[in-house]
Ligand binder design. Structure first.
Ligand code: FAD
Length: 342
């Protein structure tokens, strides 16, 4: 019997596992894939993420998790009319597989038991105990007083639990050898509606040029991507010598009327699956912060389950306000996100 089973070893799950286990709680962290697992991501840790790592994990992000150029100097947005806005801020450029694996190791050092290659399939609650069905090669169950679901955007576990169909944005990015007349230390977002149905972006990881587009309709990926590549060739001298990798993923589609799902019964949601996601897909800081607060709410109300969700909601109120302010800022910058104005 565990005090908590955490589903998913991303930033939300690792932070929740670390917070609970370092406070003496018996924690099982399950991860669907073999660790270190791959996660499609630009891997930009903004200053807030770096500060949260220091606060929750007790040290700075280690050099071995970074890729070149290690320093990210901020973001440069091009709005729907072609005007650029610079946001200068120190950050880091990491490979998510290495960074997230380091977070998982830190959680393990604090006492969390980690089982990778293990999927959480379903859960049922009875008499104050949650029974979680897990699958490796066989199907078996484990029990806990609480579950924190940190499974990220895909959300099969939550979908089964709540019987809901979430809305997604599809992301498509390529990694290539080549050259471009842009400073590799920045993350570039392009909000012109002719280039994507959400945003298009460029950044560099270990000399690989990463070019991506986000769409609502899967069938439009190729045409938007082709338009984005010609735009980059024409405006920034992009030259692709060899395409190395293609990467497709999803992220929650944040709408003006979105709500955060805090939890149901003894199951809490944290990170992307709860709905925490900042504009341009910046979600690592929100994942760590919500994972931490979900864990603290369990610690503070362990024998008082009816108070946990409301406590968690209160603890994340500032995070939610921050997220709304960020969306509002983007909405004021560009008509593409006008609907997000609050
Ligand atoms: C293309 C792209 C670029 C991005 N760039 C950035 C960026 O530069 N900076 C930034 O801050 N954010 C970025 N994000 C967003 C960021 O990746 C997410 O917001 C963040 O990873 C969310 O963390 P999480 O812990 O909630 O989920 P995840 O990191 O997705 O972790 C969830 C984990 O749960 C596991 N899992 C899923 N289902 C189960 C199950 N049933 N049982 C067991 N395990 C399960 C998954 O395998 C995964 O390891 C980007 C996203 C995309 C798609």
């Amino acid at each position: 019997m565990y005090d908590a089973i955490i589903i998913g070893a991303g930033p939300a799950g690792c932070t929740a596992a670390k917070t609970l286990s370092e406070n003496g709680y018996k924690v099982l962290l399950v991860e669907k894939f073999k660790l270190p697992r791959y996660k499609s991501c630009s891997g930009q840790l903004i200053k807030k993420s770096l500060d949260l790592v220091r606060e929750y994990f007790g040290e700075d992000v280690p050099d071995f998790t970074t890729c070149a150029p290690a320093e990210n100097r901020g973001m440069i947005f091009t709005d729907d009319k072609g005007a650029t806005f610079r946001f200068e801020q120190y950050g880091l450029n990491v490979w998510r597989s290495t960074f997230d694996n380091w977070l998982a190791e830190k959680a393990a050092k604090s006492g969390a038991e980690i089982r990778d290659n293990t999927s959480a399939i379903s859960a049922s609650e009875s008499g104050g105990i949650v029974t979680v069905t897990l699958k490796v090669e066989r199907i078996y169950t484990e029990q806990a007083r609480y579950v924190i679901d940190c499974e990220g955007a895909v959300g099969a576990f939550k979908r089964k639990l709540l019987n809901i169909t979430p809305q997604y944005i599809l992301t498509f990015q390529t990694f290539s050898q080549g050259s471009i007349d842009l400073d590799h230390h920045y993350f570039y977002a392009f909000l012109q509606p002719e280039l994507s149905e959400y945003d298009a972006w460029f950044n560099v990881k270990d000399d690989q040029l990463v070019l991506g587009v986000a769409v609502k309709d899967k069938s439009k990926i190729e045409s938007y991507y082709a338009r984005f590549i010609s735009y980059m060739e024409k405006n920034y001298g992009l030259k692709i010598e060899k395409q190395l990798k293609i990467d497709k993923w999803i992220m929650p589609h944040i709408r003006p009327d979105y709500t955060i799902n805090y939890g149901v019964g003894r199951v809490l949601f944290a990170g992307e699956i709860a709905g925490f996601l900042n504009p341009m897909g910046e979600g690592i800081s929100a994942a760590m912060e919500s994972g931490h607060h979900a864990a603290v709410s369990i610690i503070n109300n362990f024998d008082n389950p009816d108070s946990i969700c409301s406590d968690y909601k209160e603890r994340t109120a500032l995070l939610y306000d921050y997220m709304k302010r960020q969306w509002n800022l983007i909405a004021r910058m560009t008509d593409t996100f006008n609907e997000m104005k609050v």
